[in-house]
Ligand binder design. Structure first.
Ligand code: MUC
Ligand code: MG
Length: 367
């Protein structure tokens, strides 16, 4: 089997509930749908969600790197030659989301060609994942209303609160209001997207002590090496690396230098192959992981579930799997459902992302 064509299709779907956070604002899913075709008629699908404000990848740059650099170099190879394909992709630094989507499309082809769900090929640990819901910037009372209604409608009991780059008092108030309103059984953790200094993060930890927050993600820029190390040493809860650790090499650097002591794994930027390398590093070093969300569509969320459910360590905590609820529509033919706070792995060959041709026609931007 040979890869004979790779499509990079730009599309845009508006958000019904835009998401604001310390490093950006998302009002439209301006993503790229990757379709990798083979000479045997099997195709692989993946979503590519560039996050310009975080990694500098844009919809246009991601399409360009796929169409003009990666595709010409890997056309003609067998999708099973993943080692060779990754060696080629890795000649180019950065562009993690473009590499991640190519990897997911390869695995999708491999799963379909041997008639197995990719989650089974990756590890088959469980058939579902618990869901964590992300709360963007809002006044504290609205955050509580959103969390209460999400819990009532979907049975979700884990919430990640976006904080940072606004007065500390607002973030601290939001933590107190959520804990008071949701009770002690709900898991609440924070993600500042580098919006504080390490010392501000320490102040927030002091002023939220006793609230039972479980994790503190990307509190400050990893470049604040000394202060961040001090924060990690002093924090009673794990400090999670996210945008500071897009590659396995970054994970090694941050863990070994004491810049964080837990890791967010995102299939959108690591694919399945590098995500497994990252997971191996983390389990080998005894570090907790969270399945993160790059503000993914349902297609991307399916990939996160396929990977997260495949391993014990990635399914231990609730994965961030509900950002698609903020989108007004999606490209999947059969929508994802969250029942009792969980989403099931699709028991179909590949990753399971069947694209609805009418929706793709409506939202694609290259017509
Ligand atoms: C997160 O966990 O930070 C925001 C930007 C991005 O790349 O991912 C999101 C969520
Ligand atoms: Mg994050």
């Amino acid at each position: 089997m040979k890869i004979d064509r790779i499509e990079a299709i730009p599309y845009s779907i508006p958000y019904s509930r835009p998401l604001a956070f310390a490093s950006g604002y998302v009002s439209d899913a301006e993503h790229v749908l990757i379709r990798m075709h083979t000479d045997e008629g099997i195709s692989g699908v993946a979503d590519l969600p560039p996050r310009p404000y975080t990694y500098g990848e844009t919809q246009q740059s991601a399409m360009a790197v796929v169409e003009t650099i990666f595709a010409p170099a890997i056309l003609g190879l067998d999708p099973l030659e993943r080692g060779k394909i990754h060696a080629i992709l890795n000649r180019t630094v950065h562009n993690q989301t473009a590499k991640g989507a190519i990897d997911i499309a390869l695995w999708d082809i491999i799963g379909k060609s041997c008639d197995k769900p990719v989650s089974s090929l990756l590890g088959a640990y469980t058939d579902r994942m618990s869901v964590s819901h992300m709360l963007g910037f809002k006044p504290a009372s609205e955050l509580l209303d959103e969390a209460v209604s999400i819990r009532a409608e979907y049975g979700i009991n884990t919430f990640k609160l976006k904080v940072g780059r606004r007065p500390l008092a607002l973030d601290i108030e939001a933590c107190h209001v959520l804990r008071d309103g949701l009770g002690s059984d709900v898991d609440i953790y924070l993600d500042a997207n580098r919006g504080w200094t390490a010392n501000e993060a320490l102040e927030v930890l002091r002023r939220t002590e006793g609230l039972g927050l479980s994790l503190l993600e990307e509190p400050c820029d990893a470049k604040e090496t000394m202060s961040r190390r001090r924060l990690v040493t002093k924090s009673a809860i794990p400090v999670v690396g996210d945008e500071s650790v897009p590659t396995a090499g970054d994970v090694s650097r941050e863990l070994l230098s004491g810049g964080c002591n837990a890791i967010s794994i995102k299939t959108a930027r690591s694919g399945f192959t590098e995500a497994q390398q990252i997971l191996g590093l983390c389990t080998g070093l005894g570090i907790d992981v969270v399945m993160g969300n790059q503000i993914d569509s349902q297609i991307g969320t399916l990939a996160t579930i396929a990977f997260g459910a495949a391993h014990e360590a990635t399914s231990r905590r609730a994965g961030e799997l509900s950002n698609f609820l903020d989108m007004s529509d999606d490209l999947l033919a059969e929508p994802l459902t969250i029942i009792n706070g969980t989403i099931k792995v699709r028991d179909v060959p590949g990753v399971g992302a069947d694209i609805d041709p009418e929706r793709l026609e409506r939202y694609r931007q290259d017509r």
